[in-house]
Write a new protein. Structure first.
Length: 239
């Protein structure tokens, strides 16, 4: 697979060990969709009832159980990664630390983030119920959802729905062709497997990235090799 991108991702180096197949091309252009009208409807709130909320949002927006936190987490933000036909649900747990800032000659407070995948791991720090709905039900709904239409619609093997992009605090973002190392996706899928699955998904399911083979009619193939219509027949003689 030949990757065209301005940014490096954690699986790019695999091409050095498996070789490059230039008939399969992945143009990994990062596209950000922040307009709520353009974000896929699957990730939007239900507009028909004030108390009924989209399970995709509920699965991302969780509360912290401060009794169970081991880093004194201050905030939690959920995200959903679509990768080669599957969905992966993760959370970013933020906590504050202090570090020496040489530029100002003082100690400053910085925000660190732990990224956790899988509900079994995350529920060690999450409350089990949110917004009058069991969080576990929302997780199961998301993980059992078939997202193949989204991959085909955006013609991409990777997308990310981040429920909170911090710009402002409540604004979600939908990313097409994101850089997965920013989400520590190697915790879930190793580099070799990621590269292999991307290559198969692009050429197989999406049917994109392959060079088209142009079929040439036989009459033109003969001309390409220096023959003409009389090469295998006797040309008529003038009487």
């Amino acid at each position: 697979m030949y990757i065209i991108s301005k940014h490096k991702d954690y699986y790019d180096g695999v091409v050095g060990s498996v070789g490059m197949d230039k008939t399969i091309v992945y143009e990994r252009e990062l596209i950000e969709i922040t307009d709520n009208q353009e974000i896929p409807k699957q990730f939007k709130q239900n507009k028909y009832s004030w108390n009924e909320h989209n399970p995709f949002l509920r699965a991302c927006r969780a509360n912290i159980d401060h009794k169970k936190t081991n880093h004194n987490y201050d905030d939690v933000r959920g995200f959903i990664i679509g990768f080669c036909g599957k969905l992966y649900l993760g959370w970013k747990f933020d906590y504050k630390t202090k570090d020496w800032n040489a530029d100002i000659g003082n100690i400053t407070e910085i925000i660190e983030t732990d990224i956790v995948y899988g509900y079994d791991k995350a529920k060690e720090f999450l409350k089990t119920d949110i917004w009058r709905s069991n969080l576990n039900d929302d997780i199961n709904y998301v993980m059992n959802y078939n997202p193949i239409e989204l991959f085909r619609k955006f013609k991409t093997p990777i997308f990310v729905y981040d429920s909170d992009s911090r710009r402002p605090r409540t604004e979600p973002v939908f990313l097409i062709n994101p850089i997965l190392k920013d989400y520590e996706f190697y915790k879930v899928v190793d580099a070799f497997t990621a590269f292999t699955e991307l290559q198969m998904f692009i050429s197989g399911v999406l049917g994109t990235g392959e060079k088209k083979i142009i079929e040439v009619e036989d009459k033109y193939k003969i001309g390409q090799h220096g023959f003409d219509k009389w090469s295998f027949r006797k040309e008529p003689q003038n009487k």
